[in-house]
Design a protein around this ligand. Structure first.
Ligand SMILES: NC(=O)c1ccc[n+]([C@@H]2O[C@H](COP(=O)([O-])OP(=O)(O)OC[C@H]3O[C@@H](n4cnc5c(N)ncnc54)[C@H](O)[C@@H]3O)[C@@H](O)[C@H]2O)c1
Ligand SMILES: N[C@@H](CCC=O)C(=O)O
Length: 542
């Protein structure tokens, strides 16, 4: 019972620490990295609040240092998924009945633990496990995850305030219920923040969750799970299991209490989930919510009026930060013929200053790609481009998996705007550029819109206002996050709600109210104070 209406004002974004040489935070992060590397972690699943060790242990290696072992995770089976569902359903009645201010406090405390006591450990596990440099880990694992938690508490309290009007003699109210059943969160390798947001946004709304992270993100996922438990998350509200995709699908998508999936990952996997859920619909007690943010082939369209230095920086950062492994990464660029040579020359010179190596050397801008599968796929595309007369490698192209999965930042120039690397999502440090006739901006916009099935992020760079206006209108459906004179990456919670349409997902905008509505099922309650006692309308009594 609550004796008041409590308020959660709009928070400020968590300040991003800079890790400059000599700074306190750099020292603290380096200490955390050394400590993490010194011990081999033994990583259990967490089911019903219990640490579950299956004994089926798999090593975790830093992608940039294949011979080092960070620890071992205990892989699960179908039986563990079933136990996770049972634990979730057992926790459900108490959790959804818990007053909102008590639920909110857990997530706000977790945000504060991330911001203070565990900041360098969530960043450290992300750096080592996912091969992110210090700055990329800070904006993801610390700041974005903290923002997701704090902003979602604010947004949900705003939703709870939304109530219908009442005519005289009655009161109407809206109850923002959790969904009936359990929610499945399936999360990708590339953002610790997404791994944390997908289960917590649903749980915050009163739902109980089974969370399956990518195997390559388990090291930081378990760190966050421990933080949630320290913040007071009751047993069974979120259950963390380490199984492969088909295993989670076989159990969850066949369960009558399956209430929804919160997914981020590739389009192919999401399409498969959607088809399975569709085919199984008669098995479920309710129509499940299907929320998925998926792949991208994100564009940078440069107008003949653009500022060359701004273009070069947007491409260098947009394409190569975190080795291009952001769903938002610039992977195809359209340059106008009047500026193309200057942009290419400066861009190649800038990219060739980027140092590549481990995350512990803070001089490295580029680290390793996530795993061998990704390395082999990227190398295949790069090798094919090297042999193809229709493509030219302007810089990069060297790959080595001897010590870690290193792929040089690579720029491919093509004359065919539909060349394979202009169309398909590669998910790595590969940018393809195409030069169009500077006076054919309209045609270039058509190309941008029609080249890939995705519509996640995109940017236009121009000084000419009418070109910006034209691109904003013509490319309305080509990107869910559209940037003017900036790179297409780096969305901030509360500032640029994130998500795309077409083959890029359901566009339910992570870190916004739109997303939270998907985890709520409203009940309308009307109470009449003076109930009618005669069925006859007044006009019948003439
Ligand atoms: N739109 C966005 O907001 C966004 C954000 C991050 C990543 N992504 C996309 O994610 C992809 C990269 O991440 P990834 O490599 O981890 O993606 P992925 O699709 O390979 O894996 C995502 C998750 O799905 C699981 N999975 C795989 N096969 C499955 C199956 N058959 N059934 C159920 N689950 C299954 C994986 O184990 C993992 O947990 C890219 O396509 C990228 O664009 C999109
Ligand atoms: N929100 C992140 C991308 C998340 C996907 O990988 C960005 O805007 O760069």
């Amino acid at each position: 019972m609550s004796f008041g209406t409590f308020s959660y004002p709009m928070p400020a974004n968590e300040p991003v620490l800079q890790y400059a040489p000599g700074s306190k935070e750099r020292d603290a992060l380096q200490k955390a990295l050394a400590e993490l590397k010194k011990k081999e972690a033994d990583i259990p699943q967490y089911i019903g609040g219990r640490a579950v060790r299956s004994g089926d242990k798999h090593p975790i290696h830093p992608p940039h240092e294949r011979n080092h072992v960070l620890g071992y995770y205990h892989a699960g089976t179908k039986a563990h998924v079933q136990q996770a569902i049972d634990a979730a359903l057992k926790a459900k009645p108490t959790w959804e009945a818990m007053p909102w201010e008590e639920r909110a406090a857990i997530f706000l405390k977790a945000a504060d633990l991330l911001a203070t006591k565990y900041r360098f450990y969530i960043n450290g596990t992300t750096m080592l496990g996912q091969s992110k440099n210090a700055f990329q880990a800070e904006i993801d694992a610390a700041c974005e995850l903290i923002d997701f938690l704090r902003f979602n508490v604010h947004f949900l309290s705003e939703i709870y305030k939304q109530q219908p009007i009442s005519a005289p003699g009655m009161h109407n109210r809206m109850e923002w219920r959790a969904l009936e059943g359990f929610v499945l969160a399936v999360t990708p390798f590339n953002f610790t923040a997404i791994g944390g947001n997908l289960p917590t946004s649903a749980a915050m709304c009163g739902n109980v969750v089974v969370w399956k992270p990518a195997n390559t993100q388990i090291y930081s996922a378990q760190m966050f799970m421990k933080i949630l438990m320290e913040a007071g998350l009751p047993d069974g509200v979120i259950n963390l299991v380490y199984v492969d995709g088909p295993t989670i699908g076989d159990v969850c998508f066949n369960h009558p209490d399956f209430a929804g999936v919160h997914f981020t990952g590739s389009t192919g996997v999401f399409n498969h989930m959607w088809a399975t859920i569709g085919a199984n619909t008669p098995k479920y007690k309710s129509y499940p919510r299907i929320v998925g943010e998926t792949g991208g082939k994100d564009f940078v369209l440069v107008h003949k009026s653009a500022d060359v230095d701004a273009v070069v920086t947007a491409l260098a950062r947009g394409a190569f930060e975190y080795q291009g492994q952001k769903c938002s990464a610039a992977s195809r660029a359209y340059l106008p013929s009047n500026l193309a040579d200057r942009i290419k020359a400066k861009l190649v010179a800038e990219v060739e200053t980027m140092k590549m190596g481990t995350v512990e050397d803070f001089g490295n801008f580029v680290n390793a790609v996530i795993d061998e599968k990704s390395f082999d796929k990227l190398k295949k595309y790069i090798d094919a481009a090297k042999k193809d007369r229709k493509a030219k490698i302007l810089t990069g192209g060297n790959c080595s998996k001897k010590d870690g999965f290193f792929i040089e930042p690579t720029i491919i120039e093509v004359r065919d705007p539909k060349y394979v690397t202009m169309c398909e999502e590669l998910f790595g440090p590969v940018l393809t550029i195409y030069t169009y006739k500077a006076d054919e901006f309209e045609k270039a916009m058509d190309l941008v819109d029609g080249t890939s099935p995705y519509a996640l992020t995109g940017a236009v760079l121009a000084q000419d206002r009418s070109a910006i206006d034209a691109a904003t209108k013509r490319l309305r459906h080509a990107a869910g996050n559209f940037y003017i004179n900036d790179k297409p990456t780096g969305a901030v919670v509360g500032q640029q709600p994130f998500g795309g349409a077409r083959a890029s997902g359901t566009n339910d905008k992570a870190g916004s109210m739109l997303n939270l509505y998907r985890w709520l099922s409203a009940r309308t309650i009307k109470e009449t104070y003076n109930s009618p006692v005669d069925y006859r309308y007044p006009f019948l009594q003439s």
